[in-house]
Each structure stands twice: as C-alpha cells, then as structure tokens.
Design a protein around this ligand. Structure first.
Ligand SMILES: Nc1ncnc2c1ncn2[C@@H]1O[C@H](COP(=O)(O)OP(=O)(O)OP(=O)(O)O)[C@@H](O)[C@H]1O
Ligand SMILES: [Mg+2]
Length: 288
C-alpha cells in the first residue's frame, strides 16, 4: 500500500482536483483507493459527492490515541465509484485539532489499512502547518501539483527547504506535477526551470488548462465516466502511467468498459421509469 500526500503551500493550484481525479482513475482501473480530506474547506468531500459525513477526520483528530483507529474506520464512506472510499472533512477542521504530528501516522498504522487498500491519497489544505505535517508524516511520498507562474516555481524550492529544515523526518517531495498548462513560450520556460530545479522529479506530462475541471464540481460529474473524451481525462491517463507505471491503453479500455456499462445501466433505468410512468398514466385514464 502506498500513502501519498498531495501538498502545496500555495492555494488554488489544483491539489484537490488532482487528488480526486487521480483517486477515481485508480479506482476505475481496479485499485482499492482511500481518499482522506485533510482540509477544513472540505472540497474533496464535495468533489466526490459525499459532502461532510459524521464521524469525520476532525472527530479522528479529537478522539485521542485509544479511539483514533476505531473512529477513523467508522468515518470511511463509499463514493459513487465502487472501490473508492473517503474519510471526509468537516468545516471546523483546523490546525488546532492536531496536537502531535505523528498522530495520523499512528492512527493509520493501527487501522491496518494495507488489508483494505492499494492507495491512500491525502488531500491537504494550502499551507505548511500542523495539519499538513501530520499527513506528510503518515505518508511514503509527497506529490506537489503546481501552477506555472514565477512565484509558484520559486515557492516550491522554498517549500522543500522548509520541509527539510523544520521536519527532517518527513519524506522527500517525490513528484511535481505542472498544472494549468498552456503551450506558450512563457509556460515552457517555467517547465524548463522546474526540471532544472528538481531534476528527475517533474512529470513529463503537464495537466492542461481545461474548463472540464470546473464542470465536474458544478455539475457533480466524474471526469472518467462523464467526460472521458476530454483533454483533461486523456492527460490524467498519461500522468497515471508516469506516476505508477500503469499501462495507459489497458487503463483506457477498463474505463471505457465501465463507462459503457454505466451508460447502459442508466439507459435501462430510464426505459423502465418511462414504461412505469406510461402504465400509471394508462391506468389513470382507464379508471372510471
Ligand atoms: N487543469 C485545470 N484546468 C482548469 N481548471 C482547473 C485545473 N485544475 C484545477 N482547476 C480548477 O481550479 C480551481 C482550483 O482547483 P483546486 O480546488 O483543485 O485547487 P487547490 O489547490 O485544492 O485549492 P486550495 O488550496 O484552496 O485547496 C478549481 O475551480 C478547479 O476546478
Ligand atoms: Mg483544495
């Protein structure tokens, strides 16, 4: 089992979108995935459609060592994709809820999550405080989505320095994923700068700017079921291949099959609903 924290101290760089879409892509490819929403904004809980549930991660932090694992397991909820589960957040979740940065690590270990999941993905609030550190300490890897702007690129080197100096036992930043990519000369300069600063750690695939990501939130859709033919979905499949060495073509076929099944299930449900409605109408007209 791999535990990955998605972190960037900068806000609005695509951490939640990346965590949600990557988790759903892994789930649709047959892996068992647990998402953890470690952000009081609870955007990930909204993205996967569960919203805030009770108990949730805040209750886990408050439970104390003896009750942490039991509360965590009680907090796990199913999402719309079969083998993707989530521990949701709560709007009150904040730095003050974390007393000890090793707490989540002890909790996840006590849960024995390896029996149930192949991947645990933790979405983090912007910043680098106690909340993020608790997640990072529990993780084997750190993925950092980033936008392609001067301050964002400069900020990453700073962020790595803070992580190393303040929390020497934290895992290293394993992958940096350029997001909001537009094929302009300026953006390519930032990509080249990232490769220079973090050799071997920047993904070759950059996630393109695509309005489909906003639609997912506003329309409650799943990228790979409702928008499989979008640019965004195609690039996510490439990213998965790079990050986890998954066969792009096989993943595509599996998703296509799941999408086909879902569409035919929905069409069947619509057909029976219409037939039932027509029958009820007929009965109403025939009754004296
Ligand atoms: N590649 C993309 N192209 C276009 N829009 C995107 C892309 N990735 C993310 N977005 C949009 O950008 C906005 C911010 O994304 P997201 O919420 O994932 O960022 P975040 O880093 O989690 O933010 P926060 O720091 O507030 O938690 C959202 O509206 C999302 O739909
Ligand atoms: Mg977020």
């Amino acid at each position: 089992m791999k535990i990955v924290s998605i972190v960037n101290h900068k806000g609005g760089v695509g951490k939640t979108t990346f965590t949600g879409c990557l988790g759903q892509a892994l789930g649709l490819s047959g892996y068992r995935v647990l998402l953890i929403d470690n952000d009081g904004q609870h955007n990930l809980s909204s993205l996967v459609g569960t919203g805030i549930c009770s108990p949730n991660l805040r209750d886990v932090y408050k439970a104390g060592d003896n009750e942490a694992a039991a509360t965590f397991l009680k907090s796990v909820r199913k999402t719309g994709i079969g083998n993707v589960h989530i521990v949701t957040s709560s709007s009150g979740l904040s730095e003050g809820d974390v007393k000890d940065i090793s707490y989540m690590q002890r909790c996840l270990a006590a849960c024995g999550l390896g029996r149930f999941y192949d991947f645990v993905l933790i979405d983090n609030a912007p910043g680098l405080g106690m909340l993020q550190m608790a997640a990072v300490h529990a993780s084997n890897e750190i993925f950092v989505p980033t936008e392609l702007r001067q301050f964002a690129v400069d900020g990453l080197a700073e962020m790595e320095k803070i992580l190393k100096e303040t929390y020497p036992s934290a895992p290293p930043i394993t992958r940096i994923i350029p997001n909001f990519y537009r094929a302009t000369k300026r953006q390519n300069t930032f990509i080249a700068a990232l490769h220079r600063l973090f050799p071997g750690r920047v993904t070759q695939t950059a996630i393109p700017m695509d309005s489909v990501f906003d639609e997912l939130v506003t329309e409650g859709k799943t990228l790979f079921l409702h928008r499989l033919y979008s640019k965004g979905a195609a690039y996510y499949l490439k990213i998965m291949h790079e990050l986890f060495d998954l066969d792009e073509r096989k993943v595509w076929e599996t998703m296509l099959e799941k999408r086909r099944k879902r569409m035919s299930d929905e069409a069947r449900e619509r057909y029976f609903a219409r037939r039932e409605e027509a029958r009820a109408n007929r009965e109403r007209q025939e009754s004296p």
